[in-house]
Design a protein around this ligand. Structure first.
Ligand code: MG
Length: 389
């Protein structure tokens, strides 16, 4: 009997569970390169489970509830926030991951992290901050997720950040760099991201196409008839009606959105499973060497791009949204200039960070952490023309 049993009696270790459940090409916790700041193992939570929990309990994650996905401004409470988008991505990614026998804990950690760096007001906010930081290397929400995870979140006395596993940081770094990236400290040639990371990317794309279409219909920006001009949506509608008979209104809209997700996930699995079986990678490292596509088959991908082009043209660039976005961007720019001019308005943490990282970067970090509403409140309070100070 060891002095401190690593697991309470009767519980299988994470390594045991994973060796039973996961495919050889999955990222097994036992093969993790660990954390930058070494920590003892937890008695019954595996490393990626702890990563997921650290992200879930972070302030930045909670604030996703107050950040809109696409539809900013006062547009009711039906549509997705960054938080509900993130949960939809995690759910779809876990479904795919379980079917492919990948590491669901890692998948969930990656999904919960993937949008955590989004500033207020979606991509409009990101563009405004990128412009403000043009001379400082720019701003990207994917890069910001790393800054949050490694620097801005404070939970531990010994080190800043969440001290996530190297695999989680490497996957997010690959998103930020848009190129294959290695966990640091290993002298191997560049590799593709882990299969788990590629599953999260695929799930992200499936989720936002479907829910942006749903939100846009609910908000009355487009109708189902408009969307059904796109072959992908037309086919989804046909399938729903073939399965359930003549649906109308809300039920038809929801049926079509459900079908879009279910159809794409099924096609992805049918397309990917034989590719994986043929490549037969015997470890996660081998899977990284074979550049396997995790996504829907090419023909469906083309159909998906048609939907995305439609959403871009008719929804994201809808004049009502463009006007709201422009106003949000000009508020953000005014706030950036205002805080740089008057750093005493910043919380102490960001004043101190300004001395280390430079004031513009620290101001952007502060602004990026804000929810849409808090951002508007701070603008009203400090920066509106003739406002207080
Ligand atoms: Mg996303």
């Amino acid at each position: 009997m060891p002095p401190t049993p690593p697991f309470p009696q009767g519980l299988a270790s994470t390594a045991e569970r994973e060796s039973l459940l996961l495919a050889p090409y999955a990222m097994h916790s036992a093969d993790s390169l660990g954390r930058k700041h070494p920590e003892p193992e937890h008695a019954y939570r595996g490393p990626f489970q702890r990563d997921r929990d650290r992200i879930l309990h972070s302030a930045a994650y909670r604030r996703l509830a107050g950040k809109m996905q696409v539809f900013t401004g006062d547009r009711g409470d039906y549509h997705r926030t960054r938080l509900t988008h993130t949960q939809e991505v995690a759910s779809i990614a876990r479904t795919i991951g379980r079917a492919l026998r990948l590491n669901e804990d890692l998948i969930e950690a990656l999904a919960l992290l993937h949008d955590i760096g989004h500033p207020p007001f979606g991509h409009a906010g990101e563009d405004a901050l990128a412009e403000c930081l043009a001379d400082e290397g720019g701003f990207s929400h994917n890069r910001q997720a790393l800054i949050i995870a490694e620097e801005l979140e404070r939970r531990y006395r010994r080190f800043p950040g969440l001290n996530l596993s190297r695999e989680v940081l490497a996957a997010q770094t690959a998103r930020a760099d848009k190129r294959p990236t290695l966990p640091e400290g290993k002298g191997r040639p560049p590799l593709s991201p882990l299969l788990e990371a590629r599953v999260v990317d695929a799930a992200d794309s499936i989720a936002y196409d479907a829910h942006d279409a749903d939100d846009a219909m609910k908000l009355g920006l487009v109708s189902l008839d408009d969307l059904a001009e796109i072959p992908l949506v037309r086919e989804a509608k046909r399938r729903v009606q073939a399965k359930y008979g003549p649906l109308e209104g809300k039920l038809l809209r929801k049926g079509v959105i459900h079908e879009l997700i279910d159809w794409q996930v099924s096609e992805l699995l049918q397309y990917t499973s034989p590719l994986l079986a043929a490549a037969n990678p015997r470890s996660a490292a081998e899977a990284q060497q074979c550049n396997l596509a995790i996504g829907v088959p090419p023909e469906l991908a083309t159909r998906k791009r048609e939907l995305e082009a439609f959403l871009y043209q008719c929804v994201y660039r809808h004049e009502q949204l463009v006007a709201v976005r422009r106003a949000a961007q000009s508020r953000l720019r005014a706030m950036f200039a205002g805080y740089v001019a008057r750093p005493e308005l910043l919380p102490e943490k960001f004043q101190a960070r300004g001395e280390e990282e430079g004031l513009p970067r620290s101001v952007a970090d502060f602004l990026a952490g804000m929810t849409d509403r808090f951002c508007d409140d701070q603008y009203e309070r400090h920066f509106r023309a003739n406002g207080g100070g």
